[in-house]
Ligand binder design. Structure first.
Ligand code: AMP
Length: 119
């Protein structure tokens, strides 16, 4: 799938629409999900134009991959989530119900999250 530069996260990266920023470095931006599913619900996105994990895992450079994954961990650390724990989700494609076609990891935390899948 070709990257759509008008997707909502591309607009956030360009500063066309605002976000509630949690963390930023040269590789990634983290911000609060607009429709939180848990007391803590933060999205981490790479700054590069990657549709999904499928795209990123093949086409990103080693530096981009390292930078992105470090940013995911750093975001969780800065949010103080390491002691109680957190869940990472990266929906990829139709079966996973990926809505925004720019790779994002959800960080969910702040309560016991229950089983991994609702059904
Ligand atoms: P997914 O279904 O994995 O693609 O998740 C997309 C997520 O993006 C959803 O949890 C939405 O609530 C979230 N989202 C959509 N638009 C925005 C926005 N403008 N700011 C923050 N989060 C958003």
């Amino acid at each position: 799938m070709a990257y759509d530069s008008n997707n909502v996260f591309a607009m956030i990266l360009r500063g066309d629409i605002p976000c509630d920023k949690v963390y930023e470095d040269e590789f990634a931006l983290s911000f609060k999900d607009i429709n939180a599913q848990a007391p803590v619900h933060v999205l981490v996105i790479p700054k590069g134009e990657y549709v999904s994990m499928a795209d990123f895992s093949v086409n990103a450079s080693a530096e981009e991959m390292t930078g992105f994954f470090r940013a995911v961990g750093e975001t969780a650390r800065e949010l103080g989530l390491e002691d109680d724990g957190y869940r990472l989700i990266a929906n990829t494609g139709a079966n996973a119900h990926q809505e925004v076609p720019h790779l994002h990891f959800h960080i969910l935390a702040g309560r016991k999250l229950g089983p991994m899948l609702s059904r």
